[in-house]
Design a protein around this ligand. Sequence first.
Ligand SMILES: Nc1ncnc2c1ncn2[C@@H]1O[C@H](COP(=O)(O)OP(=O)(O)OP(=O)(O)O)[C@@H](O)[C@H]1O
Ligand SMILES: [Mg+2]
Length: 245
Amino acid sequence: MEPIIETRNLTRRFGGLVAVNEMNLAIERGEVRGLIGPNGSGKTTLINLISGVYEPTSGDVLFNGKSIAGWSPNRIANYGLLRSFQVPRLFGSMSVMENMLIARFADFRLDYRKDYDGATEKAQQLLEMAELDPLRDKPAKILSGGQKALLQIVRGFMVDNISVYLLDEPFAGVNVVVKETIMKVIEQMRQAGVTFLLVSHEMASVRRMCSRVTVMAQGARIAEGSMEEVAANPQVIDAYLGGKK
Ligand SMILES: Nc1ncnc2c1ncn2[C@@H]1O[C@H](COP(=O)(O)OP(=O)(O)OP(=O)(O)O)[C@@H](O)[C@H]1O
Ligand SMILES: [Mg+2]
């Protein structure tokens, strides 16, 4: 079957620095693909390239077999590919529920009046899945850092037709309870048909969530396979230890 996301020789330079270097990646539909690698290896830049935040210097990004390289982030999101940000972008004085709804009605194609009940119901279900429903009428600013990260993640599912979700360090600075909830949400949405790319330094979580893991170092893919396979790969061990010698 055709991969849902594919990058072909994807390259991004910043001046003399090659942040992503001839990167080839193919993610199958319904996967939760892990993406790991030492600091500065190009993981976030890869997400920025796939989601349209950066334009590639060369190479291509295919989504459902179609080139999306050079598309704007909005156009890519409307097409069903979303990304999360490491720092949650929420409206602090608006309620948790309003933060969910704004994601929906920021899409100007939707008629606010027609869609309100359906959107509220969908938001309620997602908040229940995230165990945030008791806080639905509270201002978002009172949430803990972890709850904010969780809200940002489930808010993404308010967008219609989401089929791919790129998560950049969703567990960073999140306590164990919220971490478990985030993993539960990812697994439930995977079963509902969403494909994930999960960037994380939390090896235990990646091992649990991802049957296949891609390892980047210096902008390129150096290994791919199960967590056990890549963890035993000498090139991977070297990439992680190399910077610390
Ligand atoms: N906008 C930018 N301008 C210049 N250099 C950049 C830019 N974005 C990233 N880089 C550089 O590209 C390289 C890859 O960075 P990137 O943030 O993609 O790494 P990462 O794998 O996400 O690291 P981390 O695990 O620390 O989040 C780094 O050397 C970084 O300094
Ligand atoms: Mg990063």
